[in-house]
Write a protein that binds this ligand. Structure first.
Ligand code: G3P
Ligand code: MG
Length: 386
């Protein structure tokens, strides 16, 4: 017979609300881990007065390493297990471009880290500015490749390489050389180095993993980020062509990133719920009334067969109600607070003072609440919910 079951939330054990954390300036500051972050995540993992587990994920504009490497780093820093599908980086949604472009120039980060991430995502052909500088050192007259950089560079003859897109994955470590190469390609004929278009509109598309003008490191003042590089490239392009540069932006506060984040959060909440479901008489599974019939169904040989969610999930279109509230904790009003305030009324933005935002100034985007740090933010939200 058709058994109709769905995952419901047992409010005693797993919260109906959830958290989303920015990383730089909230959880870490450059190489340092913000001390309150460990306690905050332990609370969400159940160490709180209500013994409730609160699902959470991380959404950072940062990048330059694989999501796997990033979650391993977070697990080590925070003493809590962080899974790969709990972490979204600025370039993560760029996976959607793997079948759109054949040869991509990936810019930013250290050595071949970004090339390797792009190849892991499935991009067919990935080149870097180091490859171009190795092919013809006179492309960037003020920078000679170091021994280390030569090791990362691959041999290509760029007279025959058509670059279909430029993807800025992470912060550039060499603004002069990277901008020289990016501008040459933007002004090129069909993405070939050494060519010049007279209409300036035949070059490859330019995609940025985010647009943070500044970000918080362990220096006392914020540092320029990828958004500042965009300003510089646009100024050079305008000066050279008299035209405004068109780019495609990923990362917070973009709507596309929000949609991607919502999907990842829903899947993660489902994973957390399924961990707590061990048999059909679990409060997590209840019969579905008829009108839900189209949404959730499964079949099984007999009614009395003990069905675990694992057994069901293979067949059941498992779905869960949306989070009652998603608390988003960030340090940068222009990206984090704008992101949390702009796309869904169930998101509750919390600004912390441990990163870009400076206490006493008026944030450009108003958070629903402001806290000293991430632990205060978690304590505030849990008390607000119970
Ligand atoms: O390069 C990343 C930096 O701009 C901000 O990262 O984690 O605060 O979004 P995050
Ligand atoms: Mg931040």
């Amino acid at each position: 017979s058709r058994i109709q079951k769905k995952l419901v939330i047992d409010h005693q054990r797993v919260a109906s609300y959830a958290f989303c954390f920015d990383i730089d300036g909230v959880i870490v500051k450059g190489p340092e881990t913000i001390p309150e972050a460990k306690t905050a995540l332990k609370m969400l993992n159940g160490d709180n007065p209500y013994n409730i587990k609160v699902p959470y994920i991380f959404v950072t504009n940062g990048g330059g390493r694989s999501e796997k490497a990033r979650c391993q780093d977070l697990s080590k820093r925070l003493n809590v297990p962080v899974a790969q599908n709990q972490v979204i980086q600025g370039h993560t949604p760029m996976k959607d471009l793997i079948n759109v472009f054949k040869t991509v120039l990936v810019v930013g980060g250290v050595g071949n880290d970004c090339r390797n991430v792009a190849l892991e995502y499935g991009f067919e052909d990935v080149v870097t500015p180091l490859d171009i500088m190795k092919w013809n050192p006179s492309v960037t007259p003020y920078h000679t490749l170091t021994e280390q950089e030569l090791k990362f560079a691959e041999d290509r003859d760029f007279n025959n390489v058509k670059i279909d897109a430029i993807l800025v994955f992470a912060d550039s470590r060499n603004w002069a050389a990277d901008q020289q190469i990016i501008l040459e390609l933007l002004l090129s004929r069909n993405g070939y180095m050494g060519t010049a278009s007279d209409t300036f509109d035949q070059g490859p598309g330019l995609f940025f993993a985010h647009s943070d003008f500044v970000w918080a490191t362990n220096y006392k003042l914020s540092r320029y980020g990828m958004g500042a590089l965009q300003v510089s490239i646009a100024a050079l392009y305008r000066e050279h062509t008299g035209k405004e540069l068109k780019v495609t932006r990923f990362g917070k506060p973009q709507r596309g990133t929000f949609r991607y984040t919502s999907k990842v959060l829903t899947n993660w909440r489902k994973d957390v719920l399924e961990e707590h479901v061990d048999n059909t008489d679990s409060p997590f599974i209840s019969d579905i009334s008829d009108e839900d019939e189209d949404d959730y169904f499964s079949t099984s040989d007999t009614d009395d067969e003990p069905l675990t969610v694992q057994a069901l999930s293979g067949k059941l279109k498992l779905d869960i109600p949306p989070a009652s509230t998603v608390y988003f904790v960030g340090d940068t009003p222009e990206s984090d607070i704008r992101f949390a305030n702009s796309h869904d009324a169930s998101w509750f933005s919390i600004l912390v003072k441990t990163g870009v935002y400076q206490n006493g100034t008026v944030p450009r985007y108003q958070p629903k609440h402001t806290c000293e740090n991430v632990l205060e933010a978690v304590q505030f939200a849990i008390e607000r919910e119970h």
